[in-house]
Ligand binder design. Structure first.
Ligand SMILES: Cc1ncc(COP(=O)(O)O)c(C=O)c1O
Length: 396
């Protein structure tokens, strides 16, 4: 008979990230139904805290969609795209490609701005594309989890606005780990997930629709309902705000998200971003000391997801297997054209801490040594990481 896990895996892959004990305990709180008078204030508080986390305007529609990050992507597309909508999708990796596929399935006329995997999109490329032919929507991924690249979200959103297009932005690997400012950046719709930088289990997708965009979608929704019933913003608003049954939301997942959002507010957004940055810098220094480089150039790197180039002659699967079986650490493999070329190391939410950095570097050195790797001196990675950590504010 299969058994439930009894030891804590150090989750340093592309997600899920480790969960704080408080969040795990919240999952076990007594069950309430989705319209229980004691449950509704918890939902209201989640909405308010998501608005703060996204730094969205006062009238923004912020809820958690039932489903993983992909459901947030689908909700954004299902409510904004109709047959013939002209959408430009910036494709910088696997998830930009998924966004483009999703838009096509909902009937959009999609044009792709293809960017080399491992690089961010130059805003001028987007401008050239939109000047050549206008679009209704520009969609792109802020934090591309397949390549470890951070797109210049503020600049891309500014170009879209200047050219009269609305924006859909994937913040699945950035919300809670990198700076996000929806109102200031003029973003129309953004979505994320709960299992990465927020530090809750997977199963919900926080989404934010700006006040003016929401009004526009709601108005058009009266005439032309979204093709998706489950993800229709009008129906979801009826549930979240007007308290009408739409679907049986999981109270347990909302409790966990609520607890994780409380923890974020207690830590403070700026401190949380700084923590993610410091631990990333320490990991990058440690990797460099072992002779391992990151795929994106320094200025385009995420703090939350590190795409580590695999050295020649190393059996990448054997390294991951040893990390998992001997050291109880999970890291991710490469996706698509980067399969076999990079490992993906996530430092997200409760996983972004010096402990993760140092333990991973030590274990990685051991796993590389077992493969006959001779490019580093034992302990060089952890020593280099500790130098960076010592110079930073407390990042535990
Ligand atoms: C950037 C990005 N978008 C979308 C998704 C899809 O999220 P999920 O796997 O939670 O459905 C992921 C998952 O890793 C992601 O990294």
């Amino acid at each position: 008979m299969s058994k439930l896990p009894s030891t804590e895996r150090l989750l340093l892959g592309p997600g899920p990230s480790p969960m704080a004990p408080r969040v795990m305990q919240a999952l076990g709180a007594p069950m309430l139904s989705h319209l229980d008078p004691d449950f509704l204030p918890i939902m209201d508080d989640v909405r308010l805290r998501l608005q703060g986390l996204y730094r969205a305007d006062q009238k923004a529609f912020t809820i958690a969609i039932s489903g993983t990050g992909t459901s947030g992507m689908e909700a954004a597309v299902a409510n904004a795209v109709a047959e013939g909508t002209r959408v430009v999708v910036v494709v910088t990796g696997y998830f930009g490609d998924r966004l483009a596929q999703m838009c096509s399935r909902y009937g959009a006329k999609v044009r792709r701005v293809e960017v080399e995997w491992g690089r961010a999109c130059d805003p001028q490329r987007l401008r050239d594309e939109l000047v050549a032919e206008s679009a209704d929507i520009v969609a792109f991924v802020h934090a591309e989890t397949s390549t470890g690249v951070r797109n210049p979200v503020q600049e891309l959103a500014a170009v879209a606005r200047e050219q009269g297009a609305m924006t859909i932005v994937d913040m699945v690997t950035s919300l809670g780990g990198h700076e996000v400012a929806l109102e200031e950046w003029g973003i129309d719709i953004a979505y994320s997930c709960t299992q990465k930088c927020i530090g809750a289990p997977s199963g919900l997708s926080p989404i934010a629709v700006s006040g003016p965009t929401r009004a526009q979608i709601m108005a058009s929704g009266q005439k032309n309902n979204s093709r998706s019933f489950y993800l229709d913003f009008n129906l979801l608003e009826d549930y979240w705000i007007n308290r009408k049954y739409h679907h049986t939301m999981s109270a347990s997942l909302i409790y966990a998200l609520h607890e994780a959002l409380l923890m974020i507010d207690e830590e403070g957004l700026e401190a949380r971003w700084a923590r993610h940055k410091s631990n990333h810098l320490a990991l990058a220094a440690g990797l460099e000391a072992i002779g391992l480089g990151l795929l994106p150039p320094e200025s385009e790197r995420l703090w939350t997801l590190n795409a580590v180039k695999i050295p020649k002659g190393i059996n990448e699967a054997a390294v991951r297997q040893m990390l998992l079986q001997t050291f109880n650490i999970e890291i991710g493999a490469g996706l698509g054209p980067l399969a076999g070329k990079v490992w993906r190391v996530g430092l997200m939410g409760a996983g972004s801490k010096p402990y993760s950095v140092v333990v991973l570097l030590g274990a990685l050195e051991a796993a590389l040594l077992a493969q006959g790797y001779q490019e580093s001196t034992a302990g060089a990675g952890t020593a280099a990481a500790m130098v960076i950590l010592a110079s930073m504010p407390d990042t535990t």
